[in-house]
Design a protein around this ligand. Structure first.
Ligand SMILES: C[S@@+](CC[C@H](N)C(=O)[O-])C[C@H]1O[C@@H](n2cnc3c(N)ncnc32)[C@H](O)[C@@H]1O
Length: 222
């Protein structure tokens, strides 16, 4: 979606997110976080951490960094960490997922929940998430993807045109994720509510990935 729309829409979502979309997706978030098993003292990056609903659910024996472009969503996440005293949260930083400010192979696990259908230039974001993963490391995702048939397919198509107002693309194609170079699919399964979300576990292969093309993107405003 348009980068400016993402910034203004999530400034509006921030105060009510946990009681609305956050609550509806909590079962999927819990299932995805359970799948983030990694080595003692290993590193986790959550991209598009939002209000930090996942932070208490991520493994306490790992060191977690969260990034998000919305200052308002990130402020909620920081308040949560202070309130709940979560020592496994190493840092929460404002950052554009299209240009992650981490060296290649920095993390054992990358987590991306309900964000790939939100960000501008999702292919570019996928490449960035692969780049910062160690070879053999895992990318764990939960998201709603477009359906080809059934009532959910009809609903997704009808709401797709409102992406810039609601804050995500309801008809996002899973091939954007599955066709990303440098990843091998390990697990794919339906998640609640009513199988609307999909869990994907993808492993970073040894394959070298070409650097992202020169940044032609407009920087998000905000
Ligand atoms: C639907 S929320 C999901 C938040 C969280 N992952 C969750 O499951 O509750 C999408 C998040 O993506 C963030 N986002 C949008 N564009 C972004 C970008 N370019 N870089 C980083 N985060 C971005 C939004 O600010 C928002 O917090």
């Amino acid at each position: 979606m348009d980068p400016r729309a993402a910034t203004t829409v999530y400034a509006r979502w921030a105060p009510i997110y946990d009681q609305t979309f956050g609550a509806i997706t909590q079962a999927a978030r819990r299932a995805a976080c359970r799948r983030v098993e990694g080595p003692e003292g290993g590193t986790v990056l959550e991209v598009g951490v939002g209000t930090g609903l996942s932070l208490p659910l991520l493994p306490r024996h790992m060191k977690v960094t969260g990034v998000d472009y919305s200052a308002e969503m990130l402020a909620q996440a920081k308040r949560r960490v202070a309130r709940m005293q979560l020592p496994h949260i190493a840092a929460l930083q404002r950052m554009d997922a299209r240009k992650l400010e981490f060296a290649d192979g920095s993390f054992d696990r990358v987590v991306a929940m309900h964000m790939i259908s939100v960000v501008p230039e999702p292919q570019r974001v996928m490449r960035e998430m692969v780049r910062v993963l160690k070879p053999g490391g895992q990318l764990i995702m939960s998201n709603h993807f477009a359906r080809k048939q059934g009532p959910l397919a009809h609903l997704s198509r009808r709401t797709a045109k409102f992406a810039d107002r609601i804050g995500w693309h309801s008809d996002f194609d899973i091939s954007v994720v599955l066709d990303t170079p440098g990843l091998r699919l390990v697990e794919r399964r339906a998640l609640p509510p009513v199988g609307m979300m999909t869990l994907l576990v993808l492993e970073r292969t040894e394959e070298a990935i070409a650097p992202c093309p020169a940044n032609t993107a407009a920087q998000p405003q905000g």
